[in-house]
Design a protein around this ligand. Sequence first.
Ligand code: UD1
Length: 420
Amino acid sequence: MKEKNDSFIIKGGKKLFGEAYVQTSKNACLPIISSSLLTTEKVKIKDCPDILDVKNMVLMLQKLGVKIDHDGKDLIIDSSGLNNVNLDCELTKTMRSSIFLLGSLLQRFGTIMINTPGGCKIGARPIDIHIDAFKKLGVKVSCLGDCLFFDASRAKANKIHLKLPSVGATENIVQFACLLKGKTEIVNAAKEPEVVDLCNFLSLMGAKILGAGTNKITIYGVDSLHGVEYRPIGDRIVAGTLMTAVALTGGELTLRNANANQNEKLIDILRRMGCQINIKHDIIKVTKSGRLNSIDVVTGYYPEFPTDLQSMLLVLMCLANGESRLQENIFENRFLIKDELIKMGAQIHQIDNRNVLVYGQNELRGCTVQAKDLRGGASLVLAGLVAKGETVVEGIRYIDRGYDHFEDVLNSLGADIKRT
Ligand code: UD1
Protein backbone atom coordinates (compact mmCIF):
# COMPACT_ATOMS: atom_id res chain seq x y z
CA MET A 1 0.00 0.00 0.00
CA LYS A 2 1.39 3.42 -0.93
CA GLU A 3 2.00 5.65 2.09
CA LYS A 4 0.89 9.25 2.39
CA ASN A 5 4.42 10.59 2.83
CA ASP A 6 6.13 8.64 0.03
CA SER A 7 8.82 10.39 -2.03
CA PHE A 8 10.56 9.65 -5.30
CA ILE A 9 14.34 9.67 -5.49
CA ILE A 10 15.40 10.25 -9.08
CA LYS A 11 18.88 9.91 -10.51
CA GLY A 12 18.86 12.24 -13.50
CA GLY A 13 20.60 12.07 -16.84
CA LYS A 14 19.19 8.86 -18.31
CA LYS A 15 17.73 8.90 -21.82
CA LEU A 16 14.41 7.11 -22.27
CA PHE A 17 13.98 4.33 -24.82
CA GLY A 18 11.24 1.77 -25.34
CA GLU A 19 7.49 1.22 -25.43
CA ALA A 20 4.70 2.16 -23.05
CA TYR A 21 0.98 1.39 -23.04
CA VAL A 22 -1.11 4.43 -22.08
CA GLN A 23 -3.50 3.78 -19.15
CA THR A 24 -7.20 4.55 -19.51
CA SER A 25 -8.18 8.11 -18.78
CA LYS A 26 -8.75 9.19 -15.17
CA ASN A 27 -10.97 12.05 -16.26
CA ALA A 28 -13.08 9.69 -18.38
CA CYS A 29 -13.24 6.88 -15.78
CA LEU A 30 -14.46 9.01 -12.86
CA PRO A 31 -17.68 10.32 -14.46
CA ILE A 32 -18.21 6.92 -16.08
CA ILE A 33 -18.04 5.23 -12.67
CA SER A 34 -20.51 7.80 -11.39
CA SER A 35 -22.86 7.14 -14.33
CA SER A 36 -22.87 3.44 -13.52
CA LEU A 37 -25.18 4.37 -10.65
CA LEU A 38 -27.88 5.29 -13.16
CA THR A 39 -28.72 1.59 -13.60
CA THR A 40 -29.27 -1.18 -11.07
CA GLU A 41 -27.75 -3.67 -13.56
CA LYS A 42 -24.05 -4.61 -13.45
CA VAL A 43 -21.54 -2.41 -15.28
CA LYS A 44 -18.02 -3.51 -16.19
CA ILE A 45 -15.41 -0.82 -16.77
CA LYS A 46 -12.45 -2.43 -18.48
CA ASP A 47 -8.82 -1.55 -17.76
CA CYS A 48 -9.69 0.98 -15.10
CA PRO A 49 -6.42 2.55 -13.92
CA ASP A 50 -4.96 1.65 -10.52
CA ILE A 51 -4.87 5.21 -9.17
CA LEU A 52 -5.85 6.92 -5.92
CA ASP A 53 -8.74 8.94 -7.36
CA VAL A 54 -10.41 5.73 -8.54
CA LYS A 55 -9.69 4.00 -5.21
CA ASN A 56 -11.19 6.91 -3.28
CA MET A 57 -14.26 6.98 -5.47
CA VAL A 58 -14.68 3.22 -5.05
CA LEU A 59 -14.41 3.63 -1.25
CA MET A 60 -16.95 6.41 -1.29
CA LEU A 61 -19.43 4.31 -3.29
CA GLN A 62 -18.87 1.20 -1.17
CA LYS A 63 -19.87 3.26 1.87
CA LEU A 64 -23.12 4.01 0.07
CA GLY A 65 -23.88 0.30 -0.37
CA VAL A 66 -22.55 -0.16 -3.93
CA LYS A 67 -20.80 -3.49 -4.55
CA ILE A 68 -17.54 -2.98 -6.46
CA ASP A 69 -14.88 -5.52 -7.46
CA HIS A 70 -11.57 -4.14 -8.71
CA ASP A 71 -8.96 -6.72 -9.56
CA GLY A 72 -6.45 -3.97 -10.43
CA LYS A 73 -7.77 -4.03 -13.99
CA ASP A 74 -11.52 -4.27 -14.55
CA LEU A 75 -14.04 -2.62 -12.27
CA ILE A 76 -17.37 -4.36 -11.81
CA ILE A 77 -20.04 -2.14 -10.31
CA ASP A 78 -23.34 -3.38 -8.94
CA SER A 79 -25.35 -0.52 -7.51
CA SER A 80 -28.56 -2.48 -6.91
CA GLY A 81 -27.85 -2.23 -3.15
CA LEU A 82 -27.22 1.54 -3.18
CA ASN A 83 -29.08 2.64 -0.08
CA ASN A 84 -27.57 5.83 1.23
CA VAL A 85 -26.82 9.27 -0.18
CA ASN A 86 -24.68 10.69 2.59
CA LEU A 87 -21.33 11.15 0.88
CA ASP A 88 -18.28 10.75 3.11
CA CYS A 89 -17.27 14.30 3.98
CA GLU A 90 -13.51 13.57 4.36
CA LEU A 91 -13.35 11.95 0.93
CA THR A 92 -15.41 14.61 -0.83
CA LYS A 93 -13.07 17.21 0.66
CA THR A 94 -10.02 15.53 -0.88
CA MET A 95 -11.40 14.78 -4.31
CA ARG A 96 -13.08 17.26 -6.59
CA SER A 97 -14.42 14.39 -8.72
CA SER A 98 -16.95 13.76 -5.95
CA ILE A 99 -18.91 16.58 -7.57
CA PHE A 100 -19.51 14.20 -10.50
CA LEU A 101 -21.56 11.97 -8.23
CA LEU A 102 -24.08 14.74 -7.88
CA GLY A 103 -25.83 14.21 -11.21
CA SER A 104 -26.26 10.44 -10.86
CA LEU A 105 -27.08 10.30 -7.13
CA LEU A 106 -29.55 13.15 -7.38
CA GLN A 107 -31.21 11.37 -10.29
CA ARG A 108 -31.38 8.13 -8.33
CA PHE A 109 -32.58 9.51 -4.97
CA GLY A 110 -34.25 12.84 -5.75
CA THR A 111 -32.37 14.64 -2.96
CA ILE A 112 -28.73 14.80 -1.89
CA MET A 113 -26.50 16.65 0.56
CA ILE A 114 -22.84 17.24 -0.35
CA ASN A 115 -19.87 18.87 1.28
CA THR A 116 -18.07 21.51 -0.80
CA PRO A 117 -15.75 19.35 -2.92
CA GLY A 118 -11.94 19.50 -2.77
CA GLY A 119 -9.17 18.51 -5.19
CA CYS A 120 -5.88 20.09 -6.32
CA LYS A 121 -5.37 23.63 -5.10
CA ILE A 122 -5.25 25.14 -8.57
CA GLY A 123 -7.33 28.26 -8.25
CA ALA A 124 -10.70 28.87 -6.65
CA ARG A 125 -12.52 26.05 -8.51
CA PRO A 126 -16.06 27.13 -7.66
CA ILE A 127 -19.15 25.05 -8.46
CA ASP A 128 -21.51 27.91 -9.36
CA ILE A 129 -21.93 26.69 -12.96
CA HIS A 130 -23.07 23.26 -11.71
CA ILE A 131 -25.51 24.86 -9.29
CA ASP A 132 -26.92 27.34 -11.83
CA ALA A 133 -27.41 24.54 -14.35
CA PHE A 134 -29.27 22.33 -11.84
CA LYS A 135 -31.43 25.29 -10.84
CA LYS A 136 -32.29 25.82 -14.50
CA LEU A 137 -33.57 22.22 -14.47
CA GLY A 138 -35.87 23.04 -11.56
CA VAL A 139 -33.63 21.61 -8.81
CA LYS A 140 -33.89 23.48 -5.52
CA VAL A 141 -30.45 24.17 -3.99
CA SER A 142 -30.06 25.35 -0.40
CA CYS A 143 -27.08 25.98 1.85
CA LEU A 144 -26.89 24.18 5.22
CA GLY A 145 -23.66 25.16 7.00
CA ASP A 146 -20.72 23.70 4.99
CA CYS A 147 -23.11 21.53 2.99
CA LEU A 148 -25.35 22.01 -0.01
CA PHE A 149 -28.76 20.37 -0.19
CA PHE A 150 -30.23 19.54 -3.63
CA ASP A 151 -33.90 18.68 -4.10
CA ALA A 152 -34.93 17.44 -7.55
CA SER A 153 -38.56 16.64 -6.76
CA ARG A 154 -39.71 19.31 -9.23
CA ALA A 155 -36.95 18.85 -11.84
CA LYS A 156 -37.92 19.47 -15.46
CA ALA A 157 -35.98 19.33 -18.76
CA ASN A 158 -34.90 22.75 -20.03
CA LYS A 159 -32.35 24.67 -22.11
CA ILE A 160 -29.20 25.55 -20.18
CA HIS A 161 -26.56 28.06 -21.22
CA LEU A 162 -23.25 27.49 -19.39
CA LYS A 163 -21.35 30.73 -18.76
CA LEU A 164 -18.09 28.75 -19.33
CA PRO A 165 -17.73 25.35 -21.06
CA SER A 166 -17.07 23.58 -17.74
CA VAL A 167 -16.14 19.91 -18.18
CA GLY A 168 -17.57 18.86 -14.81
CA ALA A 169 -20.81 20.83 -15.14
CA THR A 170 -21.41 19.46 -18.65
CA GLU A 171 -20.82 15.89 -17.40
CA ASN A 172 -23.04 16.36 -14.37
CA ILE A 173 -25.95 17.70 -16.36
CA VAL A 174 -25.62 15.03 -19.05
CA GLN A 175 -25.81 12.34 -16.35
CA PHE A 176 -28.79 13.91 -14.63
CA ALA A 177 -30.70 14.65 -17.84
CA CYS A 178 -30.44 11.11 -19.29
CA LEU A 179 -33.32 9.99 -17.07
CA LEU A 180 -35.16 13.30 -16.96
CA LYS A 181 -38.37 13.36 -18.97
CA GLY A 182 -38.20 15.60 -22.06
CA LYS A 183 -35.47 17.40 -23.99
CA THR A 184 -32.52 19.05 -22.21
CA GLU A 185 -30.15 21.23 -24.20
CA ILE A 186 -26.71 22.31 -22.98
CA VAL A 187 -25.41 25.33 -24.86
CA ASN A 188 -21.70 26.25 -24.56
CA ALA A 189 -21.05 22.63 -23.50
CA ALA A 190 -17.49 21.35 -22.97
CA LYS A 191 -16.07 19.51 -26.03
CA GLU A 192 -13.28 17.57 -24.26
CA PRO A 193 -12.74 13.95 -25.40
CA GLU A 194 -13.63 12.77 -21.86
CA VAL A 195 -17.09 14.37 -22.22
CA VAL A 196 -17.54 12.54 -25.53
CA ASP A 197 -16.42 9.28 -23.91
CA LEU A 198 -18.95 9.70 -21.09
CA CYS A 199 -21.70 10.33 -23.68
CA ASN A 200 -20.62 7.24 -25.66
CA PHE A 201 -20.79 5.18 -22.48
CA LEU A 202 -24.25 6.51 -21.56
CA SER A 203 -25.50 5.97 -25.12
CA LEU A 204 -24.40 2.34 -24.89
CA MET A 205 -26.45 2.11 -21.66
CA GLY A 206 -29.48 3.29 -23.64
CA ALA A 207 -29.34 7.08 -23.26
CA LYS A 208 -30.29 9.38 -26.16
CA ILE A 209 -27.61 12.04 -26.52
CA LEU A 210 -26.84 14.14 -29.60
CA GLY A 211 -24.02 16.60 -30.26
CA ALA A 212 -21.31 15.28 -27.89
CA GLY A 213 -18.02 16.88 -28.93
CA THR A 214 -19.76 20.04 -30.17
CA ASN A 215 -20.76 23.07 -28.10
CA LYS A 216 -24.42 22.03 -28.04
CA ILE A 217 -25.43 18.73 -26.45
CA THR A 218 -29.05 17.60 -26.58
CA ILE A 219 -30.34 14.88 -24.28
CA TYR A 220 -33.74 13.20 -24.68
CA GLY A 221 -34.69 11.60 -21.38
CA VAL A 222 -35.37 7.83 -21.41
CA ASP A 223 -37.21 5.70 -18.80
CA SER A 224 -34.26 3.50 -17.81
CA LEU A 225 -30.66 2.60 -18.58
CA HIS A 226 -29.09 -0.87 -18.61
CA GLY A 227 -25.78 -2.53 -17.70
CA VAL A 228 -22.86 -2.58 -20.18
CA GLU A 229 -19.18 -3.37 -20.58
CA TYR A 230 -17.01 -0.44 -21.61
CA ARG A 231 -13.33 0.44 -22.05
CA PRO A 232 -12.73 4.18 -21.53
CA ILE A 233 -10.38 6.10 -23.83
CA GLY A 234 -6.63 6.26 -23.29
CA ASP A 235 -5.43 9.08 -21.06
CA ARG A 236 -4.30 11.95 -23.30
CA ILE A 237 -2.66 13.72 -20.34
CA VAL A 238 -0.62 10.65 -19.38
CA ALA A 239 0.33 10.19 -23.06
CA GLY A 240 1.34 13.86 -23.16
CA THR A 241 3.35 13.51 -19.94
CA LEU A 242 5.35 10.60 -21.40
CA MET A 243 5.88 12.45 -24.68
CA THR A 244 7.27 15.48 -22.86
CA ALA A 245 9.45 13.16 -20.74
CA VAL A 246 11.29 11.87 -23.80
CA ALA A 247 11.40 15.37 -25.31
CA LEU A 248 13.32 16.38 -22.18
CA THR A 249 15.66 13.44 -21.74
CA GLY A 250 16.19 12.58 -25.39
CA GLY A 251 15.76 9.04 -26.70
CA GLU A 252 12.95 7.24 -28.46
CA LEU A 253 9.52 6.33 -27.11
CA THR A 254 6.71 4.34 -28.70
CA LEU A 255 3.32 4.90 -27.08
CA ARG A 256 0.45 2.48 -27.61
CA ASN A 257 -3.23 3.20 -26.91
CA ALA A 258 -2.50 6.87 -27.69
CA ASN A 259 -4.93 8.91 -29.77
CA ALA A 260 -2.90 11.52 -31.67
CA ASN A 261 -6.04 13.51 -32.64
CA GLN A 262 -6.69 14.20 -28.96
CA ASN A 263 -3.15 15.55 -28.52
CA GLU A 264 -2.90 17.56 -31.74
CA LYS A 265 -1.78 20.79 -30.07
CA LEU A 266 0.93 19.10 -27.99
CA ILE A 267 2.25 17.18 -31.00
CA ASP A 268 2.47 20.39 -32.99
CA ILE A 269 4.31 22.13 -30.14
CA LEU A 270 6.77 19.26 -29.62
CA ARG A 271 7.52 19.19 -33.33
CA ARG A 272 8.20 22.92 -33.29
CA MET A 273 10.48 22.40 -30.30
CA GLY A 274 12.54 19.90 -32.30
CA CYS A 275 11.03 16.45 -31.68
CA GLN A 276 10.36 14.00 -34.45
CA ILE A 277 6.89 12.47 -34.11
CA ASN A 278 5.41 9.67 -36.20
CA ILE A 279 1.80 8.55 -35.90
CA LYS A 280 0.21 5.30 -37.01
CA HIS A 281 -3.29 4.30 -35.81
CA ASP A 282 -3.11 4.44 -31.99
CA ILE A 283 0.70 4.45 -31.90
CA ILE A 284 2.76 7.60 -31.43
CA LYS A 285 6.54 7.46 -31.75
CA VAL A 286 8.58 10.34 -30.36
CA THR A 287 12.29 10.76 -31.07
CA LYS A 288 14.45 13.51 -29.69
CA SER A 289 18.13 14.44 -29.63
CA GLY A 290 19.83 17.81 -29.12
CA ARG A 291 18.57 21.06 -27.56
CA LEU A 292 14.91 22.07 -27.55
CA ASN A 293 13.73 25.24 -29.33
CA SER A 294 11.94 27.89 -27.29
CA ILE A 295 8.20 28.37 -27.80
CA ASP A 296 5.16 30.45 -26.74
CA VAL A 297 2.13 28.48 -25.49
CA VAL A 298 -1.38 29.50 -24.44
CA THR A 299 -3.77 27.06 -22.72
CA GLY A 300 -7.49 26.90 -23.55
CA TYR A 301 -10.61 24.77 -23.76
CA TYR A 302 -10.42 21.74 -26.06
CA PRO A 303 -9.21 21.59 -28.82
CA GLU A 304 -6.78 24.26 -27.57
CA PHE A 305 -3.70 23.27 -25.55
CA PRO A 306 -4.85 21.58 -22.29
CA THR A 307 -4.19 23.23 -18.94
CA ASP A 308 -3.36 19.76 -17.55
CA LEU A 309 -0.19 19.64 -19.72
CA GLN A 310 0.87 23.20 -18.95
CA SER A 311 3.31 22.38 -16.13
CA MET A 312 5.08 19.74 -18.28
CA LEU A 313 5.55 22.41 -20.95
CA LEU A 314 6.98 24.74 -18.30
CA VAL A 315 9.73 22.19 -17.61
CA LEU A 316 10.50 21.91 -21.33
CA MET A 317 10.72 25.70 -21.57
CA CYS A 318 13.20 25.80 -18.68
CA LEU A 319 15.65 23.83 -20.84
CA ALA A 320 14.85 25.31 -24.25
CA ASN A 321 17.23 27.49 -26.21
CA GLY A 322 16.02 31.06 -25.59
CA GLU A 323 12.96 32.77 -24.13
CA SER A 324 9.51 31.16 -23.94
CA ARG A 325 6.17 32.50 -22.76
CA LEU A 326 3.37 30.54 -21.16
CA GLN A 327 -0.16 31.83 -20.66
CA GLU A 328 -2.65 29.93 -18.47
CA ASN A 329 -6.23 30.72 -19.42
CA ILE A 330 -8.26 28.12 -17.51
CA PHE A 331 -7.14 28.24 -13.86
CA GLU A 332 -5.86 31.31 -12.03
CA ASN A 333 -3.27 29.63 -9.79
CA ARG A 334 -1.57 27.02 -11.88
CA PHE A 335 2.13 27.86 -11.59
CA LEU A 336 2.53 25.95 -8.33
CA ILE A 337 5.77 24.31 -9.47
CA LYS A 338 7.46 27.55 -10.47
CA ASP A 339 9.29 28.01 -7.15
CA GLU A 340 10.34 24.34 -7.06
CA LEU A 341 11.81 24.63 -10.57
CA ILE A 342 13.63 27.83 -9.55
CA LYS A 343 15.24 25.81 -6.71
CA MET A 344 16.50 23.48 -9.43
CA GLY A 345 18.13 26.38 -11.26
CA ALA A 346 15.34 27.40 -13.64
CA GLN A 347 14.88 31.05 -14.56
CA ILE A 348 11.19 31.84 -14.53
CA HIS A 349 9.70 35.30 -14.21
CA GLN A 350 6.04 35.43 -13.25
CA ILE A 351 4.43 38.42 -14.97
CA ASP A 352 1.02 37.96 -13.31
CA ASN A 353 -1.09 34.99 -12.13
CA ARG A 354 -1.78 33.94 -15.75
CA ASN A 355 1.58 34.59 -17.46
CA VAL A 356 5.19 33.54 -17.07
CA LEU A 357 8.34 34.26 -19.03
CA VAL A 358 10.97 31.51 -19.04
CA TYR A 359 14.66 31.95 -19.86
CA GLY A 360 15.95 28.57 -21.03
CA GLN A 361 19.03 27.16 -19.24
CA ASN A 362 21.58 24.51 -20.20
CA GLU A 363 20.73 22.36 -17.21
CA LEU A 364 18.66 21.89 -14.04
CA ARG A 365 20.22 20.75 -10.74
CA GLY A 366 18.81 17.98 -8.58
CA CYS A 367 17.51 18.98 -5.11
CA THR A 368 14.50 18.28 -2.84
CA VAL A 369 11.23 19.62 -4.23
CA GLN A 370 7.63 19.41 -3.14
CA ALA A 371 4.69 18.25 -5.28
CA LYS A 372 1.63 20.43 -4.56
CA ASP A 373 -0.77 19.18 -7.21
CA LEU A 374 -1.20 16.17 -9.49
CA ARG A 375 0.12 17.46 -12.82
CA GLY A 376 2.71 19.72 -11.22
CA GLY A 377 4.00 16.72 -9.25
CA ALA A 378 4.42 14.65 -12.41
CA SER A 379 6.24 17.58 -14.01
CA LEU A 380 8.71 17.73 -11.13
CA VAL A 381 9.47 14.06 -11.75
CA LEU A 382 10.18 14.93 -15.39
CA ALA A 383 12.48 17.75 -14.25
CA GLY A 384 14.27 15.21 -12.01
CA LEU A 385 14.79 12.85 -14.96
CA VAL A 386 16.86 15.44 -16.75
CA ALA A 387 18.45 17.27 -13.78
CA LYS A 388 22.09 16.87 -12.83
CA GLY A 389 22.49 14.60 -9.77
CA GLU A 390 19.71 13.45 -7.49
CA THR A 391 16.21 14.93 -7.15
CA VAL A 392 13.83 14.07 -4.33
CA VAL A 393 10.17 14.73 -5.10
CA GLU A 394 8.11 14.81 -1.91
CA GLY A 395 4.32 14.70 -1.70
CA ILE A 396 3.91 12.09 -4.42
CA ARG A 397 0.46 11.10 -3.16
CA TYR A 398 -0.68 13.81 -5.58
CA ILE A 399 0.96 11.94 -8.47
CA ASP A 400 -0.60 8.65 -7.33
CA ARG A 401 -4.01 10.28 -7.72
CA GLY A 402 -3.74 10.11 -11.50
CA TYR A 403 -0.72 8.10 -12.68
CA ASP A 404 -0.86 4.30 -12.59
CA HIS A 405 2.55 3.15 -11.20
CA PHE A 406 4.29 6.19 -12.70
CA GLU A 407 7.79 5.20 -11.55
CA ASP A 408 7.45 1.67 -12.97
CA VAL A 409 6.42 3.02 -16.37
CA LEU A 410 9.37 5.44 -16.47
CA ASN A 411 11.84 2.87 -15.08
CA SER A 412 10.80 0.41 -17.80
CA LEU A 413 11.99 3.06 -20.26
CA GLY A 414 15.39 3.41 -18.56
CA ALA A 415 14.75 5.99 -15.83
CA ASP A 416 16.18 5.52 -12.32
CA ILE A 417 13.39 6.31 -9.83
CA LYS A 418 12.96 4.83 -6.37
CA ARG A 419 9.94 5.20 -4.12
CA THR A 420 10.87 5.62 -0.48
C1 UD1 B 1 -11.80 19.01 -15.39
C2 UD1 B 1 -10.67 18.03 -15.22
C3 UD1 B 1 -9.35 18.73 -14.93
C4 UD1 B 1 -9.08 19.80 -15.98
C5 UD1 B 1 -10.27 20.71 -16.17
C6 UD1 B 1 -10.10 21.69 -17.32
C7 UD1 B 1 -11.79 16.08 -14.30
C8 UD1 B 1 -11.93 15.17 -13.12
N1 UD1 B 1 -10.98 17.13 -14.12
O1 UD1 B 1 -11.94 19.70 -14.15
O2 UD1 B 1 -8.31 17.77 -14.92
O3 UD1 B 1 -7.95 20.57 -15.60
O4 UD1 B 1 -11.47 19.93 -16.43
O5 UD1 B 1 -9.89 21.02 -18.52
O6 UD1 B 1 -12.30 15.83 -15.38
N2 UD1 B 1 -15.53 26.98 -13.17
C9 UD1 B 1 -16.32 27.92 -12.55
N3 UD1 B 1 -17.48 27.47 -11.94
C10 UD1 B 1 -17.85 26.15 -11.96
C11 UD1 B 1 -17.03 25.20 -12.60
C12 UD1 B 1 -15.86 25.65 -13.20
O7 UD1 B 1 -16.02 29.09 -12.55
O8 UD1 B 1 -18.91 25.83 -11.40
C13 UD1 B 1 -14.27 27.43 -13.83
C14 UD1 B 1 -13.05 26.77 -13.18
O9 UD1 B 1 -12.63 27.51 -12.04
C15 UD1 B 1 -12.06 26.84 -14.30
C16 UD1 B 1 -12.93 26.61 -15.55
O10 UD1 B 1 -14.26 26.93 -15.15
O11 UD1 B 1 -11.49 28.11 -14.37
C17 UD1 B 1 -12.91 25.18 -16.08
O12 UD1 B 1 -13.24 24.27 -15.05
P1 UD1 B 1 -13.93 22.87 -15.35
O13 UD1 B 1 -13.93 22.65 -16.83
O14 UD1 B 1 -15.21 22.80 -14.63
O15 UD1 B 1 -12.90 21.88 -14.68
P2 UD1 B 1 -13.23 20.55 -13.85
O16 UD1 B 1 -14.42 19.89 -14.43
O17 UD1 B 1 -13.19 20.84 -12.42
